[in-house]
Design a protein around this ligand. Structure first.
Ligand code: NAD
Length: 478
């Protein structure tokens, strides 16, 4: 098996070999695309156990069932959806030629052509999903790809690289491994498209690097996804859904609820309902295999610093479940709920991405909408409530990557609809037909009729006297 490329030189050579193979291949048939997708599907099906174990070891505790659901099944769903739909997506799309050429036999259509090699950078929180779900769209569109897993999970990154090298053609799908330096150099390569999943701060650097080569980017970033619990909401249901989300991957999910707006009169009832729901899911923390660990000491310190900053400002912090001091284990933590922090608290401005949550009491919905609109556009937005007019008001007056109504995070599981952010939470999409379009060049083709009528119509120089008059006669507003 060839060594896994981990130097910029090796990456650059690999990219140019993939690009030459792409040019040499010409049209990529539907059958060839399905075969490439199937090889990735087979790899995941055959090796899910080893991958799940590597992720568990890298995290220092992550249930196999969750990794299967989130990473293996999530990626498989994208790959299978793409495999089963790509033929209808890639069909040429006839368009209407303009008059009078349409009468003369002209034809026009849009071809969906692959771009070449797509570079895909993944995160640690969903280490397989953030690589293989965008890969599904890229391969469906007929591209080749080079993946760069997150260095935060070293065993997982090494195994992904090893398995891809063993089961896939490196001229079709290859993996390079390395940390931020290699990642930075990766985004400076002349890829034909780049997909970056990660933080907004790094996303800015990725886009700046890509701009040097005019490489188009899909940025799947993070943010502070808000939840609006309306006065008409079933409080217990809302608390349960939010508790389930915070107990999932210890809140280390890009679309996890971050700020929860609750009507002032319902604040204490909501906190009690959240405590009861969360504690039912995770009655204990230390040694509880259902509680996912915070991925490493750096991220644990980051999340704890956000909570401590609020505490130092005198803010109320509720711990769920209650744990005896010193009872936490190495990196498993209870949920810290920070109640009504003041504007200067860091936790109101930085993405939490861990086992903490902010709850804010509100008096009027307009005030909540104004607060959401005063912050960077979030990746997701959630609304709990039964009033359709209020739902509509929230949808019409806010913008976010996606929305789930009366639950959280569910929209991201749709494989037949685009997933992506807006503004500071990202740009572009994968999943579904929109993912296929993202990695295709939409190439318009015009086929001229046999006869060019412009000479006899007086449309060519030397211009006759009625040329200008004929043009002016068509400048109408109807
Ligand atoms: P990160 O930005 O620290 O790292 C992500 C990837 O970027 C890693 O592979 C890393 O090697 C690479 N990287 C590091 N420095 C780089 C540089 N200078 N240039 C290019 N690449 C570089 O993010 P993370 O900690 O792995 O993940 C957490 C963040 O990702 C959160 O903000 C979360 O919301 C976001 N996220 C978004 C999605 C989504 O689909 N929108 C999914 C998962 C995570």
């Amino acid at each position: 098996m060839p060594p896994v490329p981990s130097s910029v030189q090796a990456l650059s050579g690999l990219l140019s070999r993939q690009q030459s193979a792409f040019v040499g291949e010409g049209a990529v048939t539907a059958e060839r695309r399905r075969q490439r997708l199937q090889r990735v599907i087979d790899l995941l099906v055959r090796h899910h156990q080893g991958l799940t174990q590597a992720i568990d070891e890298d995290f220092g505790g992550r249930p196999a069932g969750f990794t299967l659901m989130n990473d293996v099944l999530g990626a498989l769903a994208s790959l299978k959806h793409a495999r089963d739909h790509l033929q209808q997506w890639m069909a040429d799309d006839p368009r209407a030629p303009f008059a009078p050429y349409d009468q003369l036999g002209a034809k026009a259509w849009v071809r969906y052509q692959p771009k070449g090699t797509v570079g895909i950078i993944g995160t640690w929180n969903a280490p397989l999903y953030t690589l293989f779900s965008p890969l599904a769209s890229a391969l469906a569109a007929g591209n080749r790809a080079i993946l760069k897993p997150s260095e935060v999970l070293p065993r997982t990154a090494a195994l992904v690289a090893e398995l891809c090298a063993a089961h896939l053609d490196p001229l079709e799908v290859a993996v390079v491994t390395g940390g931020p330096d290699l990642a930075d150099a990766f985004t400076a390569q002349p890829f034909d498209h780049l997909v970056f999943t990660g933080s907004t701060a790094v996303g800015r650097r990725v886009m700046a690097n890509a701009a040097q080569n005019l490489v188009p980017v899909t940025l799947e970033l993070g943010g502070k996804s808000p939840v609006i619990v309306s006065a008409s909401a079933d409080l217990a249901k809302a608390a349960h859904s939010i508790a389930v989300a915070k107990a999932t991957n210890a809140g280390q999910i890009c679309i996890n609820p971050d700020l929860v707006y609750v009507p002032r009169a319902a604040l204490e009832r909501f906190i009690a309902a959240l405590r009861s729901a969360y504690s039912a899911l995770n009655p204990t923390v230390a040694g509880n295999p259902d509680v996912v660990a915070v991925v490493n000491a750096r991220h644990l310190a980051r999340v704890e610093a956000l909570v401590q900053d609020a505490q130092q400002l005198g803010v109320r912090v509720e711990t769920m479940p209650e744990v005896a001091p010193g009872a936490a284990d190495e990196r498993r933590r209870p949920l810290s709920v920070v109640v009504n922090p003041p504007e200067q608290a860091q936790i109101l401005h930085e993405e939490i991405f861990g086992p903490a949550l902010v709850v804010l009491a509100y008096d009027a919905l307009d005030e909540v909408i104004a607060q959401i609109n005063s912050r960077p556009r979030p990746l997701a937005l959630y609304h709990f409530g039964d009033d359709p007019q209020e739902q509509q008001q929230v949808l019409d007056h806010t913008l976010s990557g996606g929305v789930t109504l009366n639950d959280v995070m569910m929209h991201a599981a749709l494989h037949d609809a685009p997933f992506g952010g807006v503004g500071a939470s990202g740009m572009g999409h994968y999943h579904g037909r929109e993912g296929f379009l993202q990695f295709s060049h939409l190439r318009t083709v015009f086929q001229a009729p046999a006869h060019d009528p412009r000479r006899e119509w007086g449309l060519l120089p030397p211009y006759g006297e009625h040329y200008l008059a004929a043009m002016l006669a068509q400048v109408t507003a109807d």
